[in-house]
Write a protein that binds this ligand. Sequence first.
Ligand code: FAD
Length: 440
Amino acid sequence: MAKLVIIGAGPAGMSAAIEARRHGAEVQVYDNRPEPGGNIYAALGSCRAHRQDVWSALGSSYEDGGPLLDAFLSCGAVFRPRTSLWHLDNDGILALKGPEGTRTDTADAIILATGAQERPMPVPGCTLPRVMGVGAAQILLKTSGVVPNGPIFIVGSGPLPLLYAWQVARMGGRIAGFVVPNGANLRLSAFVDIQGILAGWGYLTKGLAYQVDLLRRRSLIYRNARDIEIIGEIHAEYLRFTTGKQHKIKVGTVLLHDGVIPSIHPAAAAGLPIPYTPAQDAWRAESAGNIHVAGDLAGIIGAKGAALSGQIAAQTALGQTNSNASAKLNKERAFRRLMDAAYPPAQLAAIAPNTTEICRCEMVNAGAIRQAATELGPDPNRIKSTLRIGMGPCQGRMCAKSLQSIVARETGTSPDDIGLHRLRSPITTITLGELAGLKE
Ligand SMILES: Cc1cc2nc3c(=O)[nH]c(=O)nc-3n(C[C@H](O)[C@H](O)[C@H](O)COP(=O)(O)OP(=O)(O)OC[C@H]3O[C@@H](n4cnc5c(N)ncnc54)[C@H](O)[C@@H]3O)c2cc1C
């Protein structure tokens, strides 16, 4: 019987496991979170069972994950929660740490479905307490039913902030206002893509309903905002920006959002190809050998597309074919193309003031990166070894994308030509004790 190991139990990983079990494979699924579901369906099982108020506030896009979760839990795959992949070599040996200790595993084929993360949005003051990502705040809502302190202001745009604002309203809260950075306004010109509109009609009508709800609740909307900064002594207290005139607004919480990007670190450390996709302004991973990539890791596609791509990855890994799933995936791709054109990233990293912290782990600011790029050129590895940017515990998850944007602008190089810095294991933090306890 073929053995398949899957990393990540989001829609892609769960769907890959179901499909692989359907073909009789032995399947192990590892995820660093306590429950399966990934980002969109985070904590779905416990929320459905124990927190009815949150469950009904999250709406149908969350409830839709129920059948997939149930099919995953009953498919016969072995699920190992709270278990992180910290090393994967290109021979396919996986090193993991979790409740069962630190161990290695091997498989006939591996599916990486490590999903997405929010694109970091470095603005002055973004490291202050009471500032976080919209996605992070939404995970807090899904896992704990928590809505942060108001007044809540969202800096950014896109489908996720709209959905979150709607969900917060259903929890009895309110988003006081949106500050849309200059360049990140919804591009109505994208809606000439008839194929994309038809493919995503259901999503678009939902999005419109969220937008109408926002207007009904009289959330403030500031468009074309420039010089955005968050000010506070101990935590965020004010949001300052210009829109032709100066604004200084008292805030309780600031939520940042500049879209989501593939979570490429495990794939990059394993030496998989990591091409840059200009339309999504992000790196993505490609399959190589017996390591297959699925879901948002292969390029942001959304939950339905991720599930389809997980199914296809399992079929490919096991030598099966299914053109039906591929045709459905193409439809999801058409809608994603429309969304990518409609919500361009704000690109605030490229214009971040010199004092803005870009690498939180090693405390490297934008000015130091600009100086290094001028002196050393655009190679991110030279900049990394000089400034230690990307060498801290997050291994560049919070800074690699911003480094690319700053260096591209500073040196007049295309982002396409600036690769990701070299990544080395361990790709997540691991203690010496955990390492010493490694079981083969
Ligand atoms: C914070 C956030 C919130 C989102 N919320 C929504 C939403 O409400 N609605 C919506 O339509 N879309 C949402 N999205 C987008 C949506 O999550 C994706 O399009 C879709 O879920 C992708 O599915 P996936 O299976 O590829 O990956 P994901 O759902 O991202 O799942 C990947 C899983 O892999 C795990 N993982 C990653 N690295 C490792 C490792 N080294 N070891 C072990 N496990 C690992 C992660 O913890 C995660 O559980 C959100 C995205 C983010 C980043």
